[in-house]
Design a protein around this ligand. Structure first.
Ligand code: ADP
Ligand code: MG
Length: 343
């Protein structure tokens, strides 16, 4: 601090299972890449982020593509640290010679263990941060989506990521009720992959399954059924094959994870004090995270819950934007932090 504080960078990091974003204070989001690392012979980093993701499913045996976070938490510490170092380095690359370790604020899912929290703090410190703090993702998502978390009003946010779906009711800077499930967009990709294998004897990759979901996946019957061409390997002949799937069969294929999300919201609503329930009834539910972009999810949830459902303006950025806003207003928002540690 003091004289050299202008050399100090403050960063907010959304370390997601699917995507990582880095927000630089005063600048906004400067890094937005998949949380993927390509490893050469299991020990050296070949590529990180966009570069690594491009290689997924197409690598020779000595290159492996790793997603170091699973279910929202660190599954491989060393690789997470290397990935974080790369993203932090990218975010502060214009610091030049006088570079100092940045202070970072990192999002974590709700309901993770103390050990899992410490692992995130340590990964950030090992990756070059001078000071690291944590913020629970639904809180950051709610702030990023513009919900009035400071007021004595109930806000319900649902953050739909790759590995987790997190529901929280927030009032006066605190989380009143939370429910987190380890089911998210990855699970939808997985059930699509299994569906195509079972019904068309076609083996497809994870990325192809995700393409199907993004292109024609839906949670509510669409007025017009859409089709999508899919290529993969025929299970019987072993040869390349192409088929088409339609939006209705994909809707049915993903209905289990979609229902799991609905149930998580119901559980959270049951834990909510009545005054706050009344606020939610009036103001609705806010969806954030990439899963909020699933076609018709808002309509499906609105129908099932009888409450208005809104999709955040830029769902994929909410956690990073919200954590960034906390950095910008640390004096008023310090209470929302979950844990801090210095190097
Ligand atoms: P995380 O916080 O776990 O990194 P994100 O908030 O970045 O996750 O969201 C990633 C998830 O959102 C992925 O599972 C991805 O497939 C999904 N997703 C992104 N766009 C869409 C879309 N248009 N429709 C459905 N799902 C989507
Ligand atoms: Mg997320």
């Amino acid at each position: 601090m003091g004289l050299f504080s202008f050399l100090q960078k403050d960063l907010a990091i959304d370390l997601g299972t699917a995507n990582s974003l880095v927000y630089v204070r005063g600048k906004g989001i400067v890094v937005r890449e998949p949380s993927v690392v390509a490893m050469y012979q299991g020990n050296s980093v070949l590529a990180v982020g966009i570069e690594a993701r491009r290689m997924a499913g197409k690598t020779p045996a000595n290159i492996t593509i790793v997603r170091p976070l699973r279910d929202g938490v660190i599954a491989d510490f060393d690789i997470t640290e290397k990935m974080l170092r790369y993203f932090i380095g990218k975010a502060i690359s214009d610091q030049g010679f006088f570079r100092m370790g940045p202070r970072v604020l990192v999002g974590i899912p709700v309901g993770v263990t103390e050990v899992e929290k410490r692992a995130v703090l340590d990964a950030a410190l090992h990756a070059g941060a001078k000071e690291a703090s944590l913020i629970e993702e639904p809180m950051a998502a709610a702030i990023g989506a513009g919900l009035p978390v400071v007021e004595a009003t109930g806000s319900l946010v649902v953050d739909l990521g790759g590995g987790t779906s997190e529901v929280a009711v927030i009032s006066m800077k605190g989380m009143v009720a939370t429910k987190s499930i380890r089911i998210g967009g990855d699970e939808m990709n997985e059930v699509i992959l299994q569906y195509v294998r079972k019904h068309y004897s076609l083996m497809i990759g994870e990325r192809t399954a995700e393409d199907i979901k993004i292109n024609i996946g839906c949670a509510y019957p669409m007025s017009e059924v859409r089709v999508h061409a899919v290529s993969g390997r025929d299970l019987v002949s072993g040869l390349p094959k192409s088929i088409t799937v339609d939006s209705e069969e994909i809707r049915q294929a993903i209905s289990e994870p979609v229902t799991a999300i609905l149930d998580a919201i119901k559980i959270c609503l049951e834990m909510t004090p009545p005054e706050l329930s009344a606020d939610i009834y009036d103001r609705g539910i806010m969806l954030t995270g990439g899963g909020a972009l699933l076609t018709g999810l808002d309509r499906f949830l609105c129908d099932a819950l009888g409450v208005p459902v809104l999709v955040a303006e830029d769902p994929l950025s909410c956690v990073a934007l919200g954590a960034g806003k906390v950095l910008d207003n640390l004096d008023t928002l310090r209470q929302v932090l979950a844990l801090s540690k210095r190097a």
